[in-house]
Design a protein. Structure first.
Length: 276
């Protein structure tokens, strides 16, 4: 019996190790290639660079006009995070603490909203963009991001807030606090793990999104970094060392944010998981 258990553990570790290698290898290849020459990428793909060419990043940054794309992505992703955070936390508080007629319906509505495939509504959205003349409208783009982020964010916030001890709110009510004061001064600080979780996921979702910017934005001055990388790939895709550097620049911010807040993200997901 013990030998079978030991064998299962060994097989599990081997499987997990293999899967980790499969996932990590493309990232390592991209990172190493970003410091190499074009010829060295093909001659020694997984070896360390003979000379670490940090200049590849400077050339890629200037050639692809990354500064403009970078700023646009920060604005669009940041606005998405802020609006979604405010709306989902308010909705979560209302659904978790107030028993009204539409409570169960709204909970089910947001759960179903998480199941809608993105590609099924691209045609209707494209049609609305044209008839409402929303091309190159960054505010409209942010609202679409928010609409797709809101179901997941609201479900996480609602479930997390249901786990907050009600005695804190009862004590605040006795002291004369309003519902808004309870929300802003008690619920929001106590739900920071959940807020951090949805903020990271929503930021990465908006940062990496490529479909909606293609639909909404024609003006090059408004395009985010995901579109900038796509354009750079088309213009200078044969210069693989520069392309790899541009890819690293593009994924750096979401990756750094996730690593920095990994513990809070995991805590928020586990505490905000649907338990009903």
């Amino acid at each position: 019996m013990k030998s079978n258990t030991l064998l299962d553990k060994v097989l599990n570790y081997l499987f997990l190790s293999l899967m980790s290698i499969l996932f990590v290898m493309p990232m390592i290849f991209t990172l190493l290639s970003s410091f190499k020459t074009k010829l060295e990428i093909f001659s020694a793909p997984f070896s360390l660079p003979k000379e670490w060419l940090f200049s590849n990043y400077a050339v890629a940054w200037q050639s692809a006009n990354m500064s403009g794309y970078f700023f646009n992505s920060l604005v669009q992703s940041g606005a998405t995070v802020i609006v979604t955070m405010v709306l989902s936390s308010m909705l979560g508080y209302a659904l978790a603490r107030f028993d009204f007629k539409l409570n169960k319906f709204l909970n089910m509505f947001f759960l179903l909203g998480m199941m809608i495939p993105l590609h099924t509504i691209l045609v209707p959205i494209s049609y609305l963009i044209n008839i409402l003349n929303l091309k190159n409208n960054v505010a409209a783009l942010v609202l679409v991001y928010v609409a797709f982020s809101l179901p997941f964010s609201t479900v996480i916030m609602t479930t997390f807030m249901k786990g907050v001890n009600r005695s804190l709110e009862e004590a605040a009510i006795i002291d004369g606090a309003s519902y808004f004061q309870i929300y802003s001064k008690i619920m929001v600080p106590l739900t920071m793990p959940a807020i951090s979780t949805i903020s990271i996921f929503n930021f990465m979702g908006a940062w990496n999104n490529i479909l909606f910017p293609l639909l909404f934005l024609n003006d090059k001055k408004l395009k985010p970094i995901s579109i900038g990388l796509l354009s750079f790939s088309g213009e200078r895709g044969s210069e693989h060392h520069l392309l790899m550097a541009a890819i690293i620049i593009t994924v750096a911010i979401p990756l750094i944010l996730y690593i920095a807040f990994q513990e809070k993200v995991e805590n928020g997901l586990s505490a905000g998981a649907v338990k009903e």
